[in-house]
Design a binder for this molecule. Structure first.
Ligand SMILES: [Zn+2]
Length: 249
């Protein structure tokens, strides 16, 4: 139900909280660093077209450096498909980032524990998927902080990353937490199509180095599509990392 209006658009970062200048600067640097890497790559080719850029990509791969990409899964944990996702990721030794809903965390703490033990990054997707900008400051912060507390109680770690529902941020939100907002580069619309082939095609056609891919772990087709995406992109020289490695490396 929540997914019907889960519309997410670009990758970016905003900080919620006080005393967060350092994180804010890191966030901006990371984002511009990514863009600079892309433009530096183009510039080093002179006035080049995509073909030469691709050749450079091949060269990097030959030198043993992999292109990073991050899978992110929203709205979980789901009692069946999140477990299937975790098992399939483990088989492939892939780490992903899960943005969890507080109310689902309350229902399935054992899955959150396993997710943490498997080495995935756990982020906050609010308590019950409300549009934060439509709430009062106090209510919006409670959605964020309550979910942080629930995740902390299970994993012993406060989440550092927040993906606001619908990618919608409360511009003046001033909660007592330091968090980095994480949006996305590719929206698979997996919740809408529930079509394995369409989900895979959307990613394979559009993916670039350092992209953050938005998926949801509540559907069988998302699990199977994510695994085909992993297997295919691995062969193309990509490695799957958690969002911190995209944003801050
Ligand atoms: Zn969502």
């Amino acid at each position: 139900m929540f997914d019907l209006i889960c519309i997410c658009m670009i990758t970016g970062m905003i900080i919620c909280g006080m005393g967060n200048g350092q994180i804010l600067r890191q966030g901006i640097m990371a984002l511009s660093g990514q863009e600079e890497a892309r433009s530096a790559s183009a510039a080093s080719q002179g006035d080049t077209g995509e073909t030469e850029g691709e050749e450079q990509g091949d060269l990097i791969q030959e030198q043993g450096e992999k292109k990073k990409v991050a899978l992110t899964f929203d709205d979980g944990p789901h009692p069946q498909y999140t477990l299937e996702m975790l098992a399939a990721l483990k088989e492939r030794n892939v780490k992903a980032t899960f943005f969890l809903l507080g109310e689902a965390v309350e229902q399935h703490p054992e899955i959150v524990k396993q997710m943490h033990e498997d080495g995935h990054t756990i982020g906050n997707h609010s308590y019950k998927h409300e549009q934060l900008s439509k709430l009062s400051m106090e209510q919006a912060c409670e959605q964020v902080e309550r979910t942080n507390r629930l995740i902390y109680d299970i994993t012993g770690v406060y989440p550092s990353y927040l993906r606001p529902p619908f990618g919608d941020w409360h511009e003046k939100l001033d909660c007592e937490v330091n968090m980095v907002e994480v949006l996305w580069d590719i929206d698979t619309l997996d919740w809408s199509s529930k079509n394995h082939g369409q989900i895979v095609e959307k990613v394979l056609k559009n993916v670039q180095e350092n992209d953050i891919i938005l998926m949801h772990d509540g559907y069988e087709t998302s699990v199977t599509a994510a695994m085909e995406i992993i297997d295919t992109l691995n062969k193309q020289g990509y490695e799957f990392v958690t969002v911190d490695e995209i944003l801050f490396d």
